[in-house]
Design a protein around this ligand. Structure first.
Ligand SMILES: [Zn+2]
Ligand SMILES: [Zn+2]
Length: 347
């Protein structure tokens, strides 16, 4: 911190791309901490911002530092901070919530009406240092490798989705094997699912789903997923569908492959409204449909820590690439192509 400057990946223009720059190390407020970032992973959201798609054009305001998934060490704390100490290993809940809306007041802060997201609505962690509210810190066991700790936030999305209902002894389909889908396979296995069926068009990602414990792999580009799932479930369909693709065709297949009385939990964010046969695929089937956003604060984080520290979920096979901050463009290119699991940057 000699000259009070640091390296950071700045979303500096209203256009595709980003630039590695020297920027001032952020100042902290009385309720904030400064964290030295040791590992930061690239999320789908960051890829949207990098590519400058419609969503990011409507939401983010360059110039700012993006990135939100990380693990690091507290190096400075505000004078009113008492929940973490200098030297603590931490990650962060990336949703900064208001604490006073109806949701926050009833234990549902993950759907706070006034949510701000790190690296989207304020400066993020693609940098050597990040300043954040101490309230959002999640303390990590120091024995947890930084790259593993950096993926707890997206793992939390998977845990929240898979464990939003009963899983033990049930058949689970994971539609869409991006990093969260791949980790969700491991979560469903750890939670005692009898079958975990992974569906994706990308063979590289299906292979990672296999390494995470998928019992069946389905490539809808090569075979009819409804036929395969029907065969695997004696014609009844799966108990649980976790929708993580956001693709309208795959989403419809999800509603058709769930058995009567089953559950469809949707984490994906389709870019446009999706047409669903509510009469036949929801009402007559008597299914439960859930929207899943963020992580329950902080039940999901406790589950994530438990699954990692016990070894019930091993995310290492899913962390496929490592780069320095300077090499970020290689990481983003890989993410755009899809032939990767999680890409971790090391500042
Ligand atoms: Zn993320
Ligand atoms: Zn709130």
């Amino acid at each position: 911190m000699a000259n009070n400057m640091m390296k950071a990946i700045v979303k500096d223009k209203m256009a595709p791309g980003a630039t590695l720059k020297q920027v001032p190390i952020p100042e902290i407020g009385d309720l904030e901490v400064l964290i030295q970032v040791k590992a930061t992973s690239i999320c789908g959201t960051d890829v949207h911002i990098y590519a400058w798609d419609e969503w990011s054009q409507s939401r983010v305001k360059p110039p700012y530092v993006f990135g939100h998934e990380f693990a690091g060490v507290v190096v400075k704390k505000g004078k009113l901070v008492n929940n973490v100490e200098i030297g603590d290993h931490v990650s962060a809940e990336t949703h900064i919530v208001c604490g006073h809306c109806p949701q926050c007041l009833t234990g549902q802060a993950h759907i706070c009406a006034n949510t701000q997201i790190i690296g989207v609505d304020r400066d993020g962690c693609f940098a050597e240092y990040v300043a954040l509210p101490a309230e959002n810190m999640w303390k990590n066991d120091p024995s947890l490798p930084f790259e593993v700790a950096s993926v707890q936030e997206p793992l939390g999305n998977g845990v929240h989705t898979v464990l939003a209902g009963d899983v033990a002894g049930k058949s689970v389909a994971i539609i869409g094997c991006g990093p969260i889908g791949i980790m969700s396979v491991g979560v469903a296995k750890a939670a005692g699912a009898s079958q975990v069926i992974a569906l994706d068009l990308n063979e590289y990602r299906l292979d990672l789903a296999k390494k995470m414990g998928a019992t069946s792999l389905v490539n809808p580009g090569k075979e009819n997923p409804l036929e395969v799932v029907s065969q695997l479930t004696n014609g009844y369909g799966v108990d649980v569908v976790c929708e993580m693709s956001g693709h309208p065709v795959a989403m419809n297949q999800g509603f058709k492959m769930v058995k009567n009385g089953g559950r469809v939990s949707i984490l994906s964010l389709p870019v446009k409204p999706v047409e669903i046969d509510i009469t036949n695929d929801i009402v007559f089937k008597g299914i439960t449909v859930q929207g899943i956003t963020g992580r329950r604060m902080y039940e999901t984080w406790q589950q994530v820590s438990g699954l990692l520290s016990s070894g019930q979920v091993d995310v290492q096979p899913m962390i496929t690439h490592h780069f320095s901050l300077e090499e970020f463009e290689k990481g983003f290119e890989l993410m755009l192509q899809g032939n990767c699991g999680k890409v971790v940057l090391h500042p």
